[in-house]
Design a protein around this ligand. Sequence first.
Ligand SMILES: Nc1ncnc2c1ncn2[C@@H]1O[C@H](COP(=O)(O)OP(=O)(O)OP(=O)(O)O)[C@@H](O)[C@H]1O
Ligand SMILES: [Mg+2]
Length: 299
Amino acid sequence: MGGLVMTDPASEEVASNDLFGPTPRERVQRIWSSCWIDYPAASQALKRLEWLYDHPRVHRPPCCLIVGESNHGKTTIARKFKRMHEQTFVDGGTSSKMPVVYAQSPPMADIPGLYSNILRAVGAPTASTASALRKQDQVLNLLTRLGTRVLIIDELHTILDGKKDQKGLFLNVLRHLTNELEISLVGIGTKGVLRVFQTNQEFGNRFTPFTLPRWQVGPEYAKFLANICRHGGLQDVAFIKNKTLVRRIHTLSEGLTGETWEVMCTALERMDETGRMAIDGDTLDEIDWTVPTDRRRQT
Ligand SMILES: Nc1ncnc2c1ncn2[C@@H]1O[C@H](COP(=O)(O)OP(=O)(O)OP(=O)(O)O)[C@@H](O)[C@H]1O
Ligand SMILES: [Mg+2]
């Protein structure tokens, strides 16, 4: 067995204890298992979402656009926020509520596709042949019945592939949903989506952007690395005091959250294979890793 001390796989938050995973396979599963690790930019984003959640009902609800590069923790924040406001049952369990609805944007700014995705997200899939108007009615009725306060639409950059007119119609549908339901809408996407919203003054004003910056090398980044290791079962995180190592991990990941996660998990797996007790330069030398920019260039 290598240097990994396992933590409870069911635990959502980072925790450390002394349970030993009996097999290498289980240890690898533990390393890569999903979890939530808090960090300053994510906390600020959650605070912003919480503010929207608590906002009183108004005719023109405030909305937000979470913008960040690919593989940079956007969806993880949205899902964490949804879990924080998990479905609740009222009226003795007969009526369910879904205060936060999370759905994905369909490709090509397809409006009926958007309604279908929202309906699927609330557990009410509809026939794909149903008219857009019928689906729209269903969405409005259901979200009202479910007491939805915040509607999150992820992967909004997929609208960039749509034709200009279609994009305009799609944005109007988003505005219609937030106005009609008097709920805040949160769009999530990469930088391009910000341009689309900002070319239209009304949308630019309505959807306040929240940008997730790339990580800088510093104590917060080191703490994030340490927490990934603790989640993976490694208690000895002294390597974070080694600035050269931290800077190397930052270079490999290009300061992106998801890439950092993958570098660290790959390194932990390698460390376990070799029986080492800590992350070191040799471990980083031995992992098979291409930096994201080079990876993109190759495809
Ligand atoms: N706060 C976090 N805690 C733990 N792991 C995280 C966190 N944020 C991101 N990750 C890890 O990074 C991976 C990528 O994050 P995520 O899917 O949220 O990025 P994204 O910005 O939505 O990517 P895409 O642009 O591809 O949609 C996640 O699957 C998860 O493993
Ligand atoms: Mg995502």
